[in-house]
Design a protein around this ligand. Structure first.
Ligand code: ADP
Ligand code: MG
Length: 478
């Protein structure tokens, strides 16, 4: 005689309730609906794929015992999952359905049979693990092209990059937890944080990595409050091995989200799971974030990204061009790199405009075209004259290779170019004497001062030299 499905499930619930805490019971078991009982197979309906996988991870032992008690050794459990159609938005509750053959949209309810009997079989030690479902699969949201390989190293990013690399090789186990990467916009925070995530996935395919923007995180939290499933939200984040949250400064003023993030942070940190954050400011300068969160941001390592020097900017452009299979002459690349020194995004933007212009107007990319375009481009972004830029103009003027400035050579023409670079840097930039010295051949401030005096003296006494200086000054201010 078939037993009544509601009654049987009711009995199961009683057993389960006695074995777990009430909060978990309420969260995971009360939402389940018993659907049918046929041939000793009990079918229960769970609200989502995530829910099902969570049960598999955490309660399978308990469910197995319970079913055995109620239905005997022949008893089996089947899940019916209410699929949602939110695959496009990879929030915390949309978990990739493994194997890919079950399309959630075309099939509103999918049964996942679980054979309890197989539990006693020796070949399959754990009957509850369906191949491919063992670990919850999370869409990491990582962008393949933002790899370490594509992240050009320079003085500007050395610390952050190597800390990121160390974290990727040993997530949660280095002193860099959390790792906070900060910089002005367009300097590579997002790129580097993806690189770390990708590298972790490469090194440890079993680790769950998740990249989210702070805005996504906030919106998911708001949705969870609306849908009354905050617990799912929190649980989901608490099981991520490597959590990357981009632009954390956007949490400013969001007290409720800060509160929930505080708890997630503590949980992850305590479990030695890795947290990676990016921000537009160092923790010391961040505003609108609770002190208890700020103090945690300082627990690990805060590393900044600076504007890359000319050499690194050139290397970045070459890398992009190479990856895209585009050829542009060396002089054009150098011109772009020394004209645009605000940030890398603008540098890339200028390159893309140049490529677009040349293909739309069917013009080849010449230095002339680059100059016309950059003039327009740079006017909009109010370029500041940089030491790099000055060096480039001076070296071009005297037709000497730019790297000679930083060499040790004491050849007269090189010394002169170096001194002129120092002189114009003092005149046209806000850089300190020490910093000018550092960028012009690694000299000290006294050398810079001496260079400025020498140039002034020569301007007074040497007519030819005065012409050089005047012409150079015009070029630099152009
Ligand atoms: P942020 O998040 O700091 O605003 P992004 O990570 O979005 O900056 O970087 C802006 C652009 O510059 C991206 O296209 C990125 O790939 C590129 N970029 C930044 N740093 C580097 C680097 N070191 N090497 C290569 N490309 C870089
Ligand atoms: Mg960014």
């Amino acid at each position: 005689m078939e037993k009544n499905v509601v009654e049987i499930w009711g009995n199961c619930l009683k057993i389960i309730k006695d074995n777990i805490n009430y909060q978990s019971f309420k969260t995971w078991f009360l939402p389940i609906k018993p659907l049918k009982l046929k041939d000793n197979v009990l079918t229960i309906q769970v609200p989502s794929q995530f829910f099902y996988e969570w049960m598999e991870e955490h309660y399978i032992g308990l469910l197995k015992k319970t079913i055995k008690k109620e239905l005997g050794n022949e008893g089996r459990l089947e899940y019916s999952i209410i699929m949602d159609n939110t695959e496009k938005d990879p929030g915390p509750f949309s978990i990739n359905v493994p194997a890919g053959e079950k399309k959630p949209t075309s099939n509103p309810s999918v049964s996942m049979p679980i054979d309890l009997n197989r539990g006693s079989s020796k070949e399959i030690p754990n009957p509850f693990i369906i191949p491919g479902l063992k670990k919850i699969k999370v869409n990491s949201q990582l962008i393949e092209s933002y790899s370490f390989d594509n992240f050009v190293e320079g003085d500007c990013n050395r610390l952050a990059r190597s800390a990121g690399y160390a974290v990727a090789n040993n997530p949660g186990k280095t002193a860099f937890n959390p790792l906070l990467i900060y910089s002005n916009t367009g300097l590579g925070k997002t790129h580097l944080s993806h690189s770390i995530g990708l590298q972790v996935k490469d090194n440890f395919p079993d680790k769950t990595v998740l990249y989210v923007t702070t805005d996504q995180f906030i919106n998911q939290f708001i949705d969870s409050v609306k849908n009354n499933n905050q617990n799912d939200f929190i649980h989901f984040y608490q099981m991520i091995d490597v959590l990357i949250i981009d632009d954390i400064h956007n949490l400013a003023g969001k007290e409720k989200t800060q509160d929930v993030f505080f708890h997630i942070f503590n949980h992850l940190h305590q479990k030695s799971n890795q947290i990676i954050l990016t921000s537009d400011k160092s923790p010391v300068e961040m505003k609108g974030i609770e002190p208890r969160l700020l103090s945690r941001f300082k627990w690990g390592l805060s590393a900044d990204l600076q504007i890359p020097d000319l050499e690194t900017r050139i290397a970045i452009l070459h890398k992009k061009l190479y990856n895209d299979g585009i050829e542009i002459s060396k002089e054009v690349v150098e011109y772009l790199a020394y004209s645009i020194n605000t940030n890398i995004r603008e540098l890339e933007g200028a390159m893309i405009s140049l490529l677009a212009q040349s293909s739309l107007n069917k013009k080849t990319i010449t230095l002339e075209l680059a100059k016309q375009m950059i003039d327009k481009f740079v006017k909009n972004t109010s370029r500041e004259i940089s030491i790099d830029y000055i060096q480039k103009i001076v070296c071009d003027y005297f037709k000497i290779p730019i790297d000679m400035i930083n060499s040790k050579t004491r050849k007269r023409e090189i010394v002169q170019a170096r001194q002129l670079s120092m002189y114009f840097s003092k005149k046209h930039t806000k850089a300190s004497l020490a910093s000018i010295g550092l960028h012009c051949g690694n000299k000290d401030h006294a050398t810079v001062l001496h260079a400025c005096r020498t140039v002034n003296n020569l301007v007074e006494t040497d007519k030819q030299f005065r012409v050089f200086v005047e012409e150079l000054d015009k070029k630099i201010k152009l």
